[in-house]
Ligand binder design. Structure first.
Ligand SMILES: [Zn+2]
Length: 686
């Protein structure tokens, strides 16, 4: 499970993500007063988020090319600017053809050459469109649908569960036998972010549906198709039927619902209507004997539609998606139309990002670890890696102490939990072994082709894992991504270099601040190994409940109370936080905060905490935590987040402090204040 940002930004679903990452606000410098962003007119006990961040909120505008701005976004902007410089340097270096530096340079420069892209028009998509024209029967249709499958989703690690391709492929450890890789198949095929956008009966969703219909027609019109409105209507209706068979987000993140093993032969009976042999062969899965079908209903729904809908309708669907998937790499009219819907309509972002920023995202997507290697060589000193490593060890020690002192786990469960903690693999900054890009061909002047080859390379790289031993050194995020991740089946956590910067972490910060900020983040990731999903995976990554029913009942009771707490948050009069959808992340926030607090107290070794200004150590700690959630987000983007994101809006994540006795003491919080909870209502999970 990832920490905050949609990982899609760098790893997958590039086109939709182009609206997201960006750089206009100044990078966060190590301020003279690290707590200068407070609003002292607000009482900490009434609104801790606004008390910690109100000054910053008043001074900060969301840049027009972004749907939000905050600590993570500002760090990502700073990092993107540095990566941009590295890319320009790579172009200037004039490296030999075939080298990674040359591939990076060519990929970037080709994306930047807008005039060349303009001049080629939609020629780069014509081979794909001709192949779609040639679909003459259902077997050919099955092949065409199968050929769109990419390794572009990830259920448990980076938690990206949406793909506009007909199905998503994830190659990961088999949950029943983690010593081997298995191909996971996920629902897909929707151009909008989730089934709710097709089926939910609210004014907002109806409005978005109207805009989407216009968008599909606009793309087809730009590509020169006749009767674009009629075609768009058919595409939209087909997607709506696909959506009707889709599972909800809450169902998708339920591991027990998803872990369905199908043999090859079972596809024909469990999901009739589609020629699965043709489909799987075209997807590069001709020889896989067994699959994990995460969404059985969606596969059945898709197969039925593949057998019943007119081939001509499927052809229009495939034409639209072939264009949509590469539109950011096509002439301006396509890129603008894509941004208009995916940026402005869906997230309320008025303006697309500058070309160079999109080029950075694009190059990160295609050659992420090669770029990341350059990045850490220049920007991630060995001392940072060493210091964060020490901090992580302190956090693990503090968590182990909590496990030992835990009063509600059975002794045997406790023993297994400690074993799992002891074998947790922690990655700091970057992987031990870098990815090999020698099989990726980058052709100067062929932006669309480069994207398609990069996707195919990534898919082949994943398919090649099948039948191979597990690689515990593989990273699921690139070093230049501001994020952090827990890999439950791998029993590992990873902290990319880019998140390990001020204000999250700095050797110059007070320890209280470091522990409240990056410490709570690290604790968050560790705790995912022991939360409602981590409890399902043992120290080897096998999916089996290693807790007794009594352990689980205790844990679930705590979880229910926390879900109720979050259900009570109303960002808008007509919308609430979904306590069930966000429960795993909220538990991780609470556990991370608690264990970071312990580690911080331990690090003091009994000595009094040094004051910063007039702030006590505990005050610095909790402020560091609340500051790490500093963010402003557009209303449309918050509404999208409430529907699709397993993370609650930042403000409520900062409110986690309500559950910590030490916070009440540190700020003298009183009964009549807004955030006050009776001691019996303060949730303690760990
Ligand atoms: Zn998380």
């Amino acid at each position: 499970m990832n920490l905050r940002l949609p990982t899609a930004i760098l790893l997958v679903a590039l086109c939709a993500a182009l609206a997201q990452t960006a750089a206009q606000a100044a990078p966060p410098a190590a301020a003279a007063d690290p707590f200068a962003g407070r609003d002292l007119s607000i009482a900490p006990g009434d609104d801790f988020f606004a008390y910690a961040n109100g000054g910053w909120m008043q001074k900060t505008d969301i840049p027009p090319d972004r749907s939000s701005i905050g600590v993570d976004a500002q760090l990502q902007e700073q990092t993107d600017a540095r990566v941009h410089q590295l890319l320009l340097d790579a172009v200037r270096a004039g490296a030999a053809p075939g080298t990674e530096t040359r591939k990076i340079a060519d990929y970037f420069a080709t994306f930047m050459d807008e005039e060349a892209i303009e001049a080629r028009g939609i020629d780069p998509v014509r081979p794909a469109l001709q192949a779609i024209d040639a679909i003459g029967d259902r077997v050919a249709l099955a092949r065409a649908l199968g050929s769109t499958v990419q390794a572009d989703v990830d259920v448990l690690n980076a938690t990206n569960v949406h793909t506009a391709n007909i199905l998503g492929l994830w190659v990961a450890q088999d949950l029943d036998d983690p010593a081997k890789y298995a191909p996971f198949l996920l629902q897909g095929g929707l151009g909008m972010p989730d089934r709710d956008y097709y089926v939910k009966d609210t004014a907002r969703m109806k409005e978005i549906r109207d805009r989407y219909l216009e968008h599909v027609a606009a793309v087809l019109r730009l590509a020169g198709f006749s009767e674009p409105e009629a075609r768009a209507r058919r595409v939209f209706d087909l997607e709506s039927r696909i959506a009707a068979s889709h599972g909800s987000r809450a169902e998708t993140v339920d591991v027990k619902k998803g872990n369905n093993h199908w043999t090859r032969a079972q596809f024909a009976t469990r999901a009739p209507g589609l020629d699965w042999e043709a489909f799987l062969a075209a997807a590069g899965l001709a020889s896989a004997p067994e699959f994990v079908v995460w969404h059985p209903q969606a596969l059945a729904g898709l197969a039925a539609l593949a057998g019943s809908e007119p081939i001509a309708t499927w052809q229009d669907y495939l034409r639209f998606h072939a264009l949509e998937a590469v539109s950011a790499y096509l002439p301006r009219a396509f890129a603008q139309e894509h941004f208009h819907f995916h940026g402005t309509v869906l997230t309320g972002t008025p303006q697309n990002r500058e070309r160079w920023k999109r080029a950075v995202t694009a190059t990160n997507y295609a050659l992420g670890e090669a770029v990341g290697h350059l990045y850490v060589d220049r920007y991630f000193p060995a001392i940072d890696k060493a210091q964060v490593g020490q901090l992580v060890r302190n956090l693990i020690a503090a968590f182990d102490r909590r496990l030992q002192e835990n009063t509600w786990l059975e002794p045997e469960t406790k023993r297994q939990a400690r074993e799992k903690l002891a074998t947790l693999k922690v990655g700091v900054g970057y992987p031990d072994h870098w990815r090999d890009y020698s099989a990726l061909e980058v052709v100067p002047g062929d932006a669309v082709g480069n994207l398609l080859r990069a996707k195919a390379f990534e898919t082949r790289r994943n398919l090649a894992k099948l039948g191979q031993p597990i690689d515990r050194d593989e990273w699921v995020m690139v070093p230049q991504l501001v994020n952090a991740v827990n890999l439950p089946v791998m029993n590992a956590i990873q902290f990319p270099a880019a998140i390990l910067q001020p204000p999250n972490f700095s050797a110059g910060n007070s320890p209280a601040l470091n522990y409240g900020a990056i410490g709570a983040t690290i604790g968050h990731e560790i705790s995912h190994s022991f939360d409602d999903e981590g409890a399902l995976f043992d120290s080897t990554g096998r999916l089996h409940n290693w807790w007794t029913p009594g352990d689980f009942a205790n844990f679930e009771a705590s979880g229910k109370a926390l879900a109720r707490q979050y259900d009570g948050y109303h960002p808008f009069p007509d919308a609430t936080v979904n306590g069930a959808l966000t429960l795993s992340e909220n538990i991780a926030d609470l556990a991370g905060l608690a264990v970071a607090y312990d580690a911080y107290r331990i690090s003091l070794g009994g000595a009094p905490a040094p004051l910063v200004g007039k702030l006590s150590g505990d005050q610095q700690f909790f402020l560091g935590f609340a500051q790490s959630w500093r963010e402003k987000r557009r209303e449309a983007a918050i509404r999208q987040q409430l529907v699709t994101d397993s993370h609650a809006p930042a403000e409520y994540r900062a409110d986690t402090v309500r559950n910590m006795d030490a916070w009440y003491k540190a700020f003298g919080v009183r009964k009549e204040q807004e955030l006050y909870l009776e001691p019996k209502d303060r949730v303690r999970v760990w």
